[in-house]
Design a protein around this ligand. Structure first.
Ligand code: CP
Length: 306
């Protein structure tokens, strides 16, 4: 029985195979429409979500399975003080696989240690978001045709942005990836990402506070929201929230082949006038999330068609 807590739980070969399955699901959806018949996915979301929870639920329905769960801690017995371990041991009685989002870093890991069914980390605090990474990798591969030989800029809240941490970890295992970290000084990536991931793996990277100075170099631009819910001070959030606002005007200096990604939700960091630009891929990215989660559910349930 396998869980997905950190993107590094999967080898690159396993990730590539999962992306192949996602591509095949996109091309041949009918082939997969009953493969999870009789199976149940529980979505235990202790934090708000639109894309992750609903794409997991859509994924399970499109595989022919069923879904149960809750979308806020207050509607579960966590509100009465139940532990993550006890909640997990209980939900194992009702579901074949569990996707969990939790504000506490490490909560899905605790769940996996108390589970008899696979646990999927659907985002834990400011730590990791491995299924967003699978989504991002599928989108990049469909746009660029490969997961090597490109320069990617991460822009915004790189301190609390869990999608950034997981994607950097994943990309550090592919060939010739150059990374540019664009953030205010207060929101730089955590030091473990710099030391244990980038430096340890010999990844070429640089840090800057100035998006426009590096925009012409980028093949992929990964914008992120400043994560209000992780700030201790509302004043500090307000001071930093509009550090970067990507506009159609600013994009004049970017490559024609640029791929603009954002895990969403967006607040103010990408102007809506960018949405019609052919380089804007963030809604397509949200769609990719459903297909790659279908592939992941199949993999963790041990369902293989070939
Ligand atoms: N990208 C992402 O995790 O979005 P949600 O918070 O809406 O799930």
């Amino acid at each position: 029985m396998r869980s997905l807590i950190n993107i590094l739980d999967l080898t690159t070969a396993e990730i590539d195979k999962m992306l192949d399955t996602a591509d095949d699901i996109i091309a041949n959806p009918k082939k997969y429409s009953e493969v999870c018949h009789g199976k149940k996915l529980a979505t235990l979301f202790f934090e708000p979500s639109t894309r992750t929870r609903l794409s997991f639920e859509a994924a399970m329905y499109e595989l022919g399975g069923n879904v149960l769960g809750f979308s806020e801690a207050q509607s579960s017995s966590a509100a009465k003080g139940e532990s993550v371990a006890d909640t997990t041991r209980t939900v194992c009685c009702y579901a074949d696989i569990i996707a969990m989002r939790h504000p506490k870093e490490g909560a899905p890991l605790v769940a996996s240690m108390n589970s008899t069914v696979p646990i999927i980390n659907a985002g834990d605090g400011g730590h990791n978001h491995p299924t967003q990474t699978l989504t991002d990798l599928l989108t990049i591969r469909r746009k660029k045709g490969k997961l090597s030989d490109f320069t990617i800029g991460f822009c915004g809240d790189l301190k609390f942005g869990r999608t950034v941490h997981s994607l950097i970890q994943a990309l550090s295992r592919y060939e010739n990836i150059k990374i540019i970290l664009i953030s205010p000084n207060e929101l730089k990536v955590p030091s473990y990402i710099k030391h244990d991931v980038l430096r340890k793996n010999g990844i070429e990277y640089k840090q800057t506070t100035d998006l426009e100075s590096v925009l012409p170099e980028l093949d992929v631009l990964y914008m992120t929201r400043v994560q209000r819910e992780r700030f201790l001070s509302e004043e500090e959030y307000i001071r930093l929230r509009d550090s970067y606002i990507l506009t159609r005007e600013k994009l004049k200096i970017a490559k024609e082949s640029l791929t603009i990604l954002h895990p969403l939700p967006r607040v103010n960091e990408i102007s809506v006038d960018v949405d019609d630009d052919p380089r804007a891929c963030y809604f397509e990215q949200a769609l990719c999330g459903k297909f790659v989660r279908m592939a992941l559910i199949m993999e963790l349930l041990g369902i293989h068609l070939d």
